[in-house]
Design a protein around this ligand. Structure first.
Ligand SMILES: Nc1ncnc2c1ncn2[C@@H]1O[C@H](COP(=O)(O)OP(=O)(O)OP(=O)(O)O)[C@@H](O)[C@H]1O
Length: 378
C-alpha cells in the first residue's frame, strides 16, 4: 500500500465559493520526492494541510501509513502531527528560543532523554551547516539559516514524511540551492518529501515527481516532471555548463520524455544540475557572488545522522534511534514512530506543545496518556 493515499478527496472551506480540492486521487510511495506545483489558489497548501490533519477532507479518504485520517481521534492528532516533519516559507521558529533550543524542543516534546538531546542536536545542526550558531536567536539569523533551523527541527527525530510549503519562497537562488541540498539529503535517508513550490528552476533541475494542480484538480502527474515542459533546459548554454561542471556525458537529448536515465541517475544528478543552473549566472545579479560549484555542492551523499547515532551508540552513549523510513520490510515508519513515541512519552516531562508549536496547552500527563492510547490504536 502507498505511504500516502488519497481517494476522491474534496475540500470545501466553509466560506469557499468553490472546492479548494476537487476529487483528488493520489498515491505517494515511501521514499518519493514529490513537487506540488500550480498557480496561486490551485490547492497546494490545502493538500498539505489535509495531510497534516490541520484540516479535514469534506469528502473522500486519506490514508497515511495505512491510518485513515478521518478516524484519528482529536487527542491522537497532536501525536500524529509529531510523526510528520513540516517546514513553511516563513520558518515558524520559536522566537524566544535559540537555535539549539528550537531543535531540542522537537525532541523534548517526544520525551527524549537529556543525554539523547545532547547527542542529536549538534549532529543535526552540523548536518544542516549551522554549527557555531547554536546560541543565536531567530532574529539573528539570515533567511537561509532560519530555514535550515526549521529543517533541522523537522528532521531531528527522522520523520517518515516531511511536508514543505514553499520552503525556498523567501530565499535567493544560492540559498535556495542550499535548502534543496538539505531536502535532497533528507530524502536519501528514506524520508518521503512532499514540497509545494512555485520555483521552476528547482523543479526543472531536480526532475522529481511533479503533481500539478489547477483549481483543485490534478492536471498532471509525472515521474520526472518539470513545472512547465516548454521550459526544459531553455538555455543550451546552461546545459553545456552543467555538463562541463559535472564532467559528464550529456544528461539529456532534447525531449526529456525520450531520455533514458535510471532513477539513481536522476536522484544523483538533480542537485548537481540545480547547482550548475544556479551557478551558470543565468540569474544575473546573483551570479557574480557564487563560489565554484565544486566548493558549494556539499550535499548529495546522504545524511550521516544514522551512522553517527550508531557510532555514538557503539561508544556507549545514550542514543536516539530513529525509525528507518526506507526499509521496505520494516513496520510502517509512522506506526513504528508512534509506538516509539508512545513509549517515550508515557510519563515524560516537558511535553507542553507540539514540535512545531501546534499543540498549545497539552499537559505532561495528557501526552503520556496519548502515547499509550496511540500505541494501541495505531
Ligand atoms: N481557510 C480558508 N477558507 C476559505 N477558503 C480558503 C481557505 N484556505 C484556502 N482557501 C481557498 O482555497 C483555494 C486553494 O487555496 P490554497 O491555499 O490551497 O492554494 P495554493 O495553491 O496553496 O496557493 P498559493 O500558491 O497562493 O499558496 C483558494 O481559492 C483559497 O482562496
Amino acid at each position: 500500500m502507498a505511504l500516502i493515499s488519497l481517494k476522491d478527496v474534496t475540500k470545501i472551506y466553509p466560506k469557499g465559493s468553490r472546492p479548494a480540492l476537487d476529487g483528488i486521487n493520489l498515491d505517494i510511495e515511501r521514499g518519493d520526492f514529490v513537487f506540488l506545483v500550480g498557480a496561486s489558489g490551485s490547492g497546494k497548501t490545502s493538500l498539505l494541510r489535509l495531510l497534516l490533519r490541520e484540516e479535514e477532507a469534506t469528502e473522500g479518504e486519506i490514508r497515511v501509513a495505512g491510518n485513515d485520517l478521518r478516524r484519528l481521534k482529536s487527542r491522537q492528532i497532536p501525536l500524529y502531527r509529531r510523526s510528520i516533519g513540516f517546514v513553511f516559507q516563513d520558518y515558524k521558529l520559536l522566537t524566544n528560543k535559540t537555535v539549539w533550543q528550537n531543535v531540542a524542543f522537537t525532541l523534548e516534546v517526544i520525551g527524549a532523554r537529556r543525554s539523547t538531546i545532547k547527542t542529536m542536536v549538534p549532529q543535526v545542526l552540523k548536518t544542516v551547516g549551522l554549527t557555531g550558531k547554536e546560541n543565536n536567536y531567530p532574529h539573528e539569523l539570515s533567511g537561509g539559516e532560519a530555514q535550515r533551523v526549521a529543517l533541522a527541527r523537522a528532521y531531528v527525530n527522522h520523520p517518515g514524511i516531511l511536508l514543505a510549503d514553499e520552503p525556498t519562497g523567501n530565499l535567493d537562488p544560492t540559498t535556495s540551492l542550499g535548502i534543496m541540498e538539505v531536502l535532497d539529503a533528507i530524502n536519501r535517508t528514506g524520508t518521503t518529501i512532499v514540497m509545494a513550490t512555485h520555483n521552476e528552476e528547482i523543479v526543472n533541475s531536480m526532475r522529481k515527481r511533479v503533481i500539478e494542480l489547477h483549481s483543485g484538480h490534478i492536471m498532471r502527474d509525472e515521474a520526472h516532471g518539470s513545472y512547465d515542459s516548454a521550459k526544459f533546459f531553455p538555455d543550451a548554454d546552461v546545459e553545456a555548463k552543467a555538463q562541463q561542471a559535472l564532467g559528464t556525458a550529456p544528461l539529456h537529448t532534447g525531449n526529456p520524455q525520450s531520455t533514458v536515465m535510471t532513477d539513481t541517475q536522476f536522484s544523483n544528478e538533480g542537485i548537481a544540475r540545480l547547482a550548475s543552473s544556479v551557478h551558470s549566472g543565468r540569474t544575473g545579479r546573483y551570479g557574480e557572488v557564487f563560489a565554484p560549484v565544486e566548493q558549494t555542492l556539499t550535499w548529495g551523499k546522504g545524511l550521516r545522522l544514522e551512522e553517527e547515532a550508531a557510532e555514538a551508540e557503539r561508544r556507549g552513549s545514550d542514543t536516539f534511534v530513529p525509525p528507518a523510513p526506507d526499509a521496505p520490510s520494516a513496520p510502517s515508519p509512522i506506526t513504528e514512530h508512534f509506538t516509539r513515541i508512545g513509549k517515550k512519552t508515557a510519563g515524560s516531562p516537558g511535553d507542553k506543545q507540539g514540535s512545531q508549536g501546534h499543540v498549545e496547552g497539552e499537559t505532561n500527563s495528557d501526552s503520556g496518556k496519548q502515547g499509550k492510547n496511540e500505541e494501541g490504536a495505531l
